[in-house]
Design a protein around this ligand. Structure first.
Ligand code: S3P
Length: 173
């Protein structure tokens, strides 16, 4: 079984994914880290030197590869992964794959992203809280139709990591 965690940047996919993997005794893979290893470049450097279109092509390629893996795994994907190519369709249609959307409000995302936006090429240029809020609002609006197709949706605002993990497990089994 592969459990795919989707959601906007800084919605907690990697942190929750790690904890969930420990709880269920599943392997944990973060798609951005996997791309980094395979390409020998950070995501920011791929964007800079090869461009976003190249990144999206490789992202889709490695997602395909990982979704064919046998065994139990939590796969946390990038915020844009479900929104490009036929990635969301693939996640939804693959056998033994279930999808979970970690749904965070704009204010939670702004709070989380303010702390570490520099390694994220799509938002690193946004200097103020206002510009970040405006960008996330519009961006989330464009992406929500993809995220909302996930089988399980968990509202994460004001919940502890432990509560989120427990809610996911309750919804899964
Ligand atoms: C992106 C999200 C990032 C990373 C890349 C693009 C996006 O992943 O894949 O910077 O389009 O939202 P995280 O969601 O893990 O930050």
């Amino acid at each position: 079984m592969i459990l795919v965690l989707i959601g906007y940047m800084a919605s907690g996919k990697s942190t929750i994914g790690n904890k969930l993997a420990k709880k269920l005794n599943y392997k944990f893979i973060d798609l951005d880290d996997y791309i980094k290893k395979k390409e020998n470049l950070s995501v920011a450097d791929i964007f800079k030197s090869k461009g976003e279109i190249y990144f999206r092509k490789q992202e889709s390629h490695y997602l395909n590869e990982l979704l064919q893996t046998k065994g139990n795994m939590i796969l946390s994907v990038g915020g844009g992964t479900p929104c490009y190519s036929n990635n969301m369709e693939l996640i939804l249609q693959s056998r033994f794959v279930r999808s979970i959307y970690l749904k965070a409000s704009i204010s939670t995302l702004v709070k989380n992203l303010t702390k570490n936006k520099n390694e994220r090429p799509l938002i690193a240029h946004l200097k103020t809280d206002e510009s970040l809020t405006e960008f996330i609002g519009k961006h989330l609006f464009e992406r929500i139709s993809y995220y909302s197709q996930a089988e399980i949706q968990i509202i994460t605002d004001a919940k502890s990591k432990k509560e989120i993990v427990e809610e996911i497990v309750l919804n899964l089994f």
